[in-house]
Every structure is written in C-alpha cells, then in structure tokens.
Design a protein around this ligand. Structure first.
Ligand code: C2E
Ligand code: MG
Ligand code: MG
Length: 332
C-alpha cells in the first residue's frame, strides 16, 4: 500500500479488526463490543494489520492475563518474589565458584511461576526496574550470608533487564546496594545481553566503564543468540562470556555447535575473559568442555536452580576453600 505523503515524510496506516458476532458470541451490545475488543487485542499481539475472530478461549486467556497483570502490580508489596540459585562450577577444580540468582513468582493461585511467564509483562507495565532493584538487594543480602559463613569466594550473578540498564539508575542502584549490604563488589556479577550493546554505543560503553570502576564483574549472557559484533566484545572488557545453551545442547555430536563452542573458547582465551557454558546436562558435554579448556559450567548436570536455603546448604556441604585439599578440610 502506498504511504500518505505529509510534510516531506511518508506515513503508513495499518488497521487491526476484531470480530464478534451476534448471537453466537454475545447477545447484549456491551458484551459483544467487549468480545470484539478481546479479538482485536489478540490479533494485534500476533501482528498488526490483520483481523481476529472472537473465541471463548480468547476471553479466558485475556481474563487470565488481566488478572496476572493486576496481581503483578502488587507482587512486590506482598513479598511474593523469591530468588532461586543455580550453582556455577569451576571445571578444573570441580568446585562451586558462584551462583546465578533466578527470580520466581510465588503466585497465590498459580503457584511458582517462572520468569518467562512474567518478566516480559513486567517490562510492558513498567515494573521491571523496581523488580530488578529488589533482585539486586535480595541477591546481595543472601551472598553476604555466604561470606559470613566463611565461604568468601562464591560470587552471585544477577540478570539485568534492558530498561534497567538503559536508565542511568542502575549505577546508583548497584552502588547503594553494595554499600547497604556490605557485599564486596568483586563478589557481584551483573549479566547483560547482546541486545543492550546494540544502541547508543558511546553512552553504553561509558556506563559499562563506570560499572567496572565500582569493581563488580560483568558477564554477557546468552552469547550467540543476538547480534554479536566482535568490535564491542573487545571494548566491553568483559569478565565472563556465557555461551547460550542452544550451542551447548549440540555438543559433542553436532559438528556445527561443536565448532562454534570451540571457536568461542579460543577467542575468549585470547581476549582474556572466562567462558561459562550454560545448560550443561550430560557428562559428555562436560567432557567436551573440559577438553577444550572451558572455565565454568552451569546446568542441570550439577543442579537445577534451587531455593536460597537449599543452595546455602549445598554450598556448605560441597565447598572446598581455595588451595585446601579435601582431606585437609576433613581433618578439621
Ligand atoms: P538466563 O539468564 O539465561 O538463565 C538461565 C536459564 O536456563 C534459567 O531459566 C535456568 O533454569 C535454565 N537452565 C539452567 N540450566 C539448564 C539446563 O541444564 N537445561 C535447561 N533446559 N535449562 C537450564 P529460568 O530460571 O526460567 O530463567 C529464564 C530467564 O529469565 C533467564 O535466562 C533470564 O533471562 C530471565 N531472568 C531470570 N531471573 C531474572 C531476574 O531476576 N531479572 C531479569 N531481568 N531476568 C531474569
Ligand atoms: Mg542469566
Ligand atoms: Mg543465559
């Protein structure tokens, strides 16, 4: 369709139509209109410029979504979020060297919900920065308990959402949280994604530099799924590169995945950052990673993400202080 020229620019109109019919979908005007709106909203979600037909199923979905939206706004106040921790394991030393904090929502009706079920919604509703601030505070508070128990080199990693990174507030948030909780900056890793590096590069790099000045660690999450530029990888001066689990899932049998993982390991070694393999589920995968000198792995092979108290117990049971042999610890 041709655009509409105006003031030297060209404008394009699209329309999305929702259809509900009487008497099948409703018999009262209000109800009919409401149902056509549901159909329109659902069509728009799939892609604009199309029409959608109403179905009873749709209403139920829309209703559930509305309910979840409403509940999400109150979840922080009601203290319904919790963090689960997934161990990160140093491959050479075969010891836990850190944990990634992963948020869960303990919904009063739907039970424990995974982040994929509510993080995108929290971003849409503008709640993500508040939630991110809570995660940061909670993770640092819990990590301080580990070091107070004598486990002084287990880092904690927190996922940062794009809107949080885009707001200059992140720097203040991190700084204030470290001061308030007393966590050593080197014990905190923030996980960023490739898409955050895409725009406004000068500002982005300035922000990264300031974060680094605080002494915290920076990781690039889900590496390989976004648009990667080798130029920014070098400039980011990362501490960790986390290879996405879609590649790890393919090793050792899939030749393409194996070649990619080996190339990433070789590149990271020369650029000087640690590689974390995500989603390791089998011994074969771990053998491959060990053979090609991968530093750290994370995955169900060691443990699923578990509640804070369980992780703390695991840590106390499995933890071997750096430089001590297992039997020396036993002799204690
Ligand atoms: P992510 O940061 O890449 O986290 C790793 C995800 O992979 C986790 O899913 C973890 O449970 C899963 N995983 C770990 N090992 C394995 C494995 O061996 N096999 C398989 N199949 N999966 C494995 P989870 O907890 O559902 O989190 C999903 C995503 O939600 C995270 O991906 C992260 O992007 C986001 N997320 C989690 N917590 C937060 C948070 O506090 N804030 C923000 N902004 N995002 C978060
Ligand atoms: Mg992550
Ligand atoms: Mg990841």
């Amino acid at each position: 369709t041709p655009g509409i020229p105006h003031d030297g620019l060209e404008f394009f109109l699209t329309s999305t139509i929702g259809i509900a019919s009487c008497p099948m979908d409703a018999t009262e005007a209000d109800h009919l209109l409401q149902n056509s709106q549901s159909a329109e909203a659902s069509a728009r979600q799939q892609c604009k410029n199309r029409y959608g037909l109403f179905s009873a199923d749709l209403n139920e979905q829309a209703f559930k979504r509305l309910q979840i939206e409403r509940d999400l706004r109150k979840a922080l106040q009601n203290d319904e979020f919790e963090l689960h921790y997934q161990p990160k394991v140093n491959i050479v030393e075969n010891r836990i060297c850190g944990a990634e904090a992963l948020i869960r929502w303990n919904h009063p009706e739907h039970g424990l919900m995974s982040p994929d079920q509510f993080i995108p919604m929290a971003e849409e509703l503008g709640l993500i920065v508040e939630i991110g601030t809570w995660v940061l505070e909670q993770a640092c508070t819990e990590a301080v308990q580990w070091s107070e128990a004598g486990i002084t080199d287990c880092t904690v990693a927190v996922n940062i959402a794009t809107p949080h990174f885009a707001e200059s507030r992140l720097l203040d948030d991190v700084q204030q949280t470290l001061t308030r909780t007393g966590l050593r900056p080197g014990m905190l890793t923030i996980e960023l994604t490739e898409s955050m590096m895409m725009d406004d590069t000068e500002e982005t790099f300035a922000m990264l530099e300031q974060l680094r000045t605080l002494g915290i660690r920076i990781a690039l999450d889900d590496f390989g799924t976004g648009f990667s530029s080798l130029a920014y990888l070098k400039r980011m001066r990362l501490n960790e590169l986390k290879v996405d689990r879609s590649f790890i899932g393919g090793i050792p049998d899939d030749t393409d995945s194996s070649a990619i993982v080996r190339a990433v390991l070789a590149m990271s070694r020369s650029l000087g950052f640690e590689v974390v393999a995500e989603g390791v589920e089998t011994e074969e995968q771990l053998d491959f990673l060990r053979e090609f000198d991968c530093d750290v792995y994370q995955g169900f092979l060691c443990s699923q993400p578990i509640p804070a108290a369980n992780f703390f117990n695991l840590l106390r049971r499995e933890y071997v202080p750096r430089g001590l042999e297992v039997n020396e610890v036993d002799a204690d």
